[in-house]
Design a protein around this ligand. Structure first.
Ligand code: C2O
Ligand code: CU
Ligand code: CU
Length: 479
């Protein structure tokens, strides 16, 4: 076809062999964007949707002819996209075949703490973990990834991550034909050595920052656009990097959803920022025959840290000469009332320093916060140092303020992860879940995986209202 690939030339140059550190790998958009397979099992006789996931080692050819060691779920790199509906009973068999203990966390999901897949739900090598719960939340783009104590950076970087799409019969009509007008965009930065292997060096202030970006595990991807409108589900699944996503021609698109669900109404934007763990859904329009790049542009302000800088091409989008019509995005997307704590709501403060929250490193045996079920509270994040972000398990929040001002309009939807720039103060209205368990904590943490692994994490339990005072703050040491 008309597209030319520079990959072969690069592979040959590499084979000729020089041992200096490899630079960024550029590819010329020669590879079709990989769409992770959809796993959407039918409801079985007992009324349950059963998913089987196998975490395993394998080899992946990011560069043709250059298989390198990776980890994957039901494959060799990344995992399938899971799909379930509000009200579904879902059950999983998660087999750990990577040889190391790990976990699998359902990021963005409201569920009992023992099913959460945090550092307490360890899956021993060669064993199977079987969580099960009922989906009780609105339409959202969630994701899943390992969360082992001090090892999350390595396990995610090697390739263990995937999307988990939640549908809601009450949600309005939106593009939802997976891989056609509803496209996953999983963004990850990598560093490759001369042989094409992924370099793993997770130390330093931010851990690993790559000079090469993969989308859905594809290097230099292109995508054929076949419809007039396309929904892109953006996920920053990188260890540390922050992306400013938009189109090369700076066209306006509509943001329709934040991490945890639909915005009340679509918001126009031409660049959206995602820190690790954040998701955004956007809808863009295309004209027949055009070609445009989806790309990321860095923050060039003086205050930006290394992880906020850097420009990357993401996907070359090539519209076919004839496009199928997709209706416009409805003017109203969600009528869910915004999270709105009472004026006398409890306020908790979290001070972020280098690798700590409230001057304490993560301790698996310590309960840091006790929260009554269903509570709505104000959480204030005060970053006294360089770039961080903040994620809360099982909860949804609304960003009230960033440095005293309202956040950008596209960030006003329900979220579970928020970017906390250098020295910023962020104020959140948080709504907690209703599953109680005084002995099994949920996590809150910085989602820059180096920071998370260094102990920038705390634990909270959700308990029956009125029982907070009797809850033990001490857990037994893990086996
Ligand atoms: Cu995406 Cu506690 O994690
Ligand atoms: Cu999470
Ligand atoms: Cu951090």
């Amino acid at each position: 076809m008309r597209r030319r690939s520079f990959l072969t030339a690069l592979a040959l140059a590499g084979l000729a062999g020089c041992d200096t550190a490899a630079g960024p790998v550029t590819s010329g958009f020669g590879n079709r964007l990989r769409i992770p397979p959809l796993l959407d099992p039918p409801v079985d006789a007992s009324g349950v949707r059963r998913f089987e996931l196998a975490l395993r080692r394998g080899q992946t050819e990011f560069l043709p002819g250059r298989p390198v060691d990776t980890w994957g779920i039901n494959g060799t790199y990344l995992g399938p996209t899971l799909r379930a509906r509000r009200g579904d009973r879902v059950a999983f068999a998660v087999a750990n075949r990577v040889g190391d203990p790990t976990t699998l966390h359902w990021h963005g999901m409201r569920l009992p703490a023992v099913m959460d897949g945090g550092p307490h739900q360890v899956i021993a090598p060669d064993s199977i973990w079987s969580p099960e719960w009922t989906i009780d939340q609105r339409a959202a783009t969630c994701w899943y990834h390992p969360h082992p104590h001090e090892q999350t950076a390595r396990h995610v970087y090697r390739g263990l991550a995937g999307l988990f799409l939640l549908d809601d019969p009450d949600a309005p009509e939106l593009p939802r034909q997976y891989g056609v007008d509803d496209i996953p965009v999983i963004i990850q930065d990598k560093r490759f050595d001369q042989r094409g292997a992924m370099i793993e060096s997770f130390d330093g202030t931010f851990g690993l920052t790559g000079d090469t970006v993969l989308v859905n595990g594809t290097l230099g991807p292109f995508l054929d656009i076949t419809t007039t409108r396309v929904r892109f589900r953006l996920l920053n699944a990188s260890n540390a990097r922050i992306y400013g996503v938009g189109f090369a021609d700076r066209r306006t698109f509509q943001v329709i959803a934040t991490d945890s669900g639909l915005l009340p109404a679509p918001v126009d934007a031409d660049r959206v920022v995602l820190s690790p763990g954040e998701r955004l859904e956007i809808v863009a329009e295309f004209t027949p025959g055009e070609q445009v790049l989806l790309r990321s542009t860095g923050d060039t302000s003086d205050g930006a840290n290394a992880i906020e800088r850097g420009d990357f091409d993401l996907v070359s989008l090539n519209a076919e000469p004839r496009l199928r019509q997709v209706p416009p995005v409805p003017a109203v997307l969600s009528t869910e009332p915004p999270i709105h704590p009472a004026p006398n709501a409890r306020v908790r403060r979290f001070v972020l320093t280098g690798f700590e929250i409230n001057h304490r490193p993560m301790d698996l045996t310590r309960i840091d916060e006790v929260v009554p079920a269903g509570a709505q509270e104000i959480w204030e994040i005060d970053n006294t140092t360089y770039t961080h972000n903040f994620h809360i398990h099982d909860a949804a929040f609304r960003v009230l303020q960033v440095n005293g001002a309202e956040p950008e309009a596209y960030l006003r939807g329900p979220k579970d992860t928020v970017y906390v720039p250098k020295l910023a103060k962020v104020r959140l209205a948080v709504r907690f879940g209703t599953h109680t368990d005084p002995r099994t904590p949920y996590m809150y943490h910085c989602h820059i995986l180096r920071h998370e692994d260094q102990g920038m994490m705390g634990q909270f339990v959700v308990v029956a209202p009125g029982t907070e005072d009797g809850v033990s703050r001490q857990l037994p040491a893990p086996a």
